[in-house]
Write a protein that binds this ligand. Structure first.
Ligand SMILES: O=C(O)CCC(=O)C(=O)O
Length: 271
């Protein structure tokens, strides 16, 4: 199974329309792959908070249409990254997955919003539902950027049948070490492929890390991008997930529902 991660540049000198056309063309060029991935909020830019409302789309909007057409034309599974979804109750950071027929088969609203008391954390609503894309060769769980810091989400995806995780992101350069480390950690602890696709460029003054990475279920980095726009192409062996889980069955040793100690619990910030 071949996967292509499109680490597209998001810079203010390109309009959203132009980038949408360019992204669709880049997806079509990856017709030799089985799975194609785009990053988080590549339309507007993950840190372009002031444009979120103006660029928000419904799930019937131009990005959905362009991505459905590109998936169908290339005959690929397409994780089209995420867009700012306009829903009646507010905005969401929503990922879209298309089948090779161009059908929208899964959506995922980012659960952990980034920014603490500002930015996405106040402008967007939080999703509350896990999603696993029904790709027959390799069912993959959906997580977005900051979600990578929350291992319990990934365990939930494993329990829901994920054998890989696709993580679109707009990760900043200044925390690049965390990105690479967390991608490997999520792969090792869950014995699953991690396909983590970031953006290149600088928008809203935030330099992007790039460094999209594909990690196998043993934690080995199969391919890693640099900082610029790039397409990472990698061969995956879906059988490797189950052989890893059978040969080193650590997931079976999970102990769930441990009782809390009698000492006073810490608060949610670990204090
Ligand atoms: O967790 C981080 O350091 C970056 C997260 C982020 O940029 C995002 O979720 O948009």
């Amino acid at each position: 199974m071949r996967a292509s991660l499109i680490q597209i540049s998001v810079n203010p000198d390109e309009t959203v329309d132009a980038r949408r056309r360019r992204a669709a063309a880049l997806v079509r060029e990856e017709a030799a792959s089985d799975l194609v991935v785009l990053p988080e909020l590549w339309t507007v830019g993950a840190f372009a908070y002031e444009s979120f409302a103006a660029e928000a789309e419904t799930l019937e909007g131009p990005t959905r249409q362009a991505m459905a057409d590109a998936a169908a034309e290339a005959r690929v599974w397409l994780h089209a990254g995420s867009l700012v979804e306009r829903a009646p109750e507010g905005l969401y950071n929503t990922s879209l997955v298309f089948s090779p027929d161009g059908e929208l088969v899964r959506t995922y609203r980012k659960i952990h919003r980034f920014g603490f008391d500002q930015g996405e954390a106040v402008l967007m609503s939080a999703g509350d539902t896990l999603a696993v894309a029904p790709c027959p060769e390799l069912p993959f769980g959906l997580a977005t950027c900051y979600d990578l810091r929350f291992p319990e989400l990934f365990r939930g995806l494993v329990d829901a049948g994920a054998r890989a995780f696709v993580v679109p992101a707009g990760w900043p350069e200044r925390r690049r070490e965390h990105w690479s480390l967390l991608a490997r950690a999520r792969a090792v602890e869950n014995q699953a492929y991690v396909l983590a696709c970031g953006t290149a460029g600088t928008h809203a003054g935030v330099e992007q890390a790039g460094h999209s990475v594909v990690v196998d279920p043993w934690g080995e980095v199969l391919a890693e991008a640099g900082r610029g726009e790039e397409v990472l192409v990698v061969e995956l062996d879906p059988a490797r997930v189950m052989t890893t889980r059978d040969q080193f069955p650590a997931l079976k040793d999970r102990v769930l529902g441990l009782p809390l100690p009698a000492t006073p619990p810490t608060d949610r910030n670990g204090r």
